[in-house]
Design a protein around this ligand. Structure first.
Ligand code: LLP
Length: 440
């Protein structure tokens, strides 16, 4: 049996007696009829399974702190589910902090990341007793110290470093290499420590943080990353006589979007990570640090799928057949932005078995709004329901109102039950912030 992140479809996916696709006891055609399309759906069973797998895989490491990377998919319900597993959160904005508070989550397990945190964000985070900031650069170090001082607070921090590791993933989602907008390059670290030790008395440095990229399949990258972080911890300890006993290695574990994708399980990755720490402790003569991990995609992606209704088609003889859906780059920008590939299936057709190669286009006024290029589908025709798998991460959170499209609803399903967890945007909401001036 594959693990959740290794399986393209949720493990409960089957074709039911009506010939329709069914996931966690919910007929996908019924879901489309009940909630309309486009629709984001989240399978709670897969979500919880993956969270449990993370917990189990890292349970061998006593000092583990799992933070969900909110940017992958944050709604109040999702936050409540992860919180029930004891997970904390990595946030990057005022908006993400607001959603956590809305879900009733306190900030004692929250880390604030990002390369340009604003005054308002910093004050808000400190006011809500955030556990720590991952400080990204020298400017922020001084800025944060000043704000913390004015608020009479000594704030716990980590320093984010660029460990100089390149892993094989799309250039836009690579972050650990030297030429990156994120983090201190190693040569700038000493200056930061000097400032913290001698001037910035309102900062309490506890550890180092790095994140090397996303959709990673090679476990070796994580091993190498940990060696770099631990060797820096040792170097700084010797040079400055400081104890850094916390280490955040970011997120990055990949998932299977297509048959070609072969990600490791979280158990394999956890074993490599724990071995890397053991090796690092032995090599550098260090005590075991508290380990923070910040998975985003791998926790939510495989639990999500999107439902669309097929509409028009265009056939260019000997070139291509396009079919169009009622969503597109507004609800899933990843194919246009990263050439991301997905797997999909018609939800209402078991019987016909007339597969053909088509290109699925979105409805936006943009030639690049292509969701699936050259994909085999079972005689797709107008009115059919198309299910695109693995849309749980970075789809809703990157959605837009381009062409004034309304953002889809999101439904949580669990063993035959289906409930809205994000309502569909309304036309009124589209204009609620518009101001019509008297003089117009
Ligand atoms: N920690 C930090 C500091 C990050 O920047 C990220 C993701 C994560 C953790 C979580 O990484 P994950 O486990 O999700 O790979 N929009 C892109 C992905 C951007 C990832 C940004 N940072 C996509 O749709 O592929």
């Amino acid at each position: 049996m594959p693990y959740v992140n290794q399986s393209i479809k949720p493990l409960s996916t089957r074709v039911n007696e009506k010939g329709n696709l069914e996931i966690s006891g919910c007929d996908l055609v019924d879901l489309a009829n009940k909630f309309s399309t486009p629709l984001y759906v989240l399978d709670e069973v897969s979500l919880r399974q993956m969270a449990q797998d993370y917990k189990n895989a890292f349970s061998k490491y006593e000092k583990i702190k799992i933070l969900f990377a909110s940017k992958a998919l944050l709604t109040s319900s999702v936050a409540k589910i992860f919180s029930s597993f004891g997970f904390g959160f990595d946030v990057v904005s005022l908006g993400e902090m607001h959603i956590l508070l809305n879900a009733g989550i306190t900030f004692d397990k929250v880390s604030f990341n990002g390369n340009n945190k604003t005054y308002d964000e910093i004050v808000y985070a400190i006011n809500h007793n955030i556990d720590h900031f991952s400080v990204d650069n020298l400017y922020e170090l001084g800025f944060l110290n000043k704000i913390a001082k004015s608020m009479g607070k000594v704030q716990k921090i980590h320093l984010r470093i660029t460990p100089g590791i390149e892993c094989h993933t799309h250039e836009y989602i690579q972050t650990g290499q030297l030429d990156s907008k994120f983090g201190f390059d190693l040569s700038a670290l000493d200056e930061a420590i000097n400032l913290i030790q001698n001037e910035y008395k309102n900062l309490d440095l506890k550890g180092l943080h790095a994140h090397i990229g996303s959709q990673i399949f090679e476990t070796q990258c994580f091993y190498d990353e940990i060696q770099v972080i631990m060797s820096e911890i040792k170097r700084l300890q010797d040079k400055f006589n400081i104890k850094l006993d916390e280490m955040n290695i970011g997120g990055g574990l990949g998932i299977a979007y297509t048959k070609e994708d072969n990600p490791p399980s979280v158990y394999e990755v956890a074993d490599v990570i724990i071995k890397a720490i053991d090796d690092g402790c032995a090599k550098f003569n260090l005590e075991k640090p508290t380990l923070y991990i910040e998975p985003g995609r791998s926790l939510v992606c495989s639990a999500g799928f999107s439902l669309y209704t097929i509409g028009s088609e265009k056939i260019i003889p000997n070139v291509r057949k396009y079919i169009a859906i009622d969503g597109g780059m507004t609800d899933n920008i990843r194919p246009s932005l990263y050439q991301a590939q997905y797997s999909a299936q018609i939800a209402n057709k078991k019987d016909e078995e007339k597969y053909e190669t088509v290109t699925v286009a979105g409805k936006c006024c943009e030639s690049g709004d292509i969701l699936l290029k050259d994909i085999e589908l079972n005689s797709p025709t107008a009115g059919d329901i198309l299910c695109v798998f693995d849309t749980g991460a970075y789809c809703y959170s990157m959605s837009s109102n381009y062409n004034s499209a309304l953002k889809p609803a999101m439904v949580l399903i669990n063993n035959g039950q289906s409930d809205i967890i994000v309502k569909r945007q309304t036309l009124e909401q589209l204009t609620q912030n518009d101001v019509i001036l008297d003089r117009l």
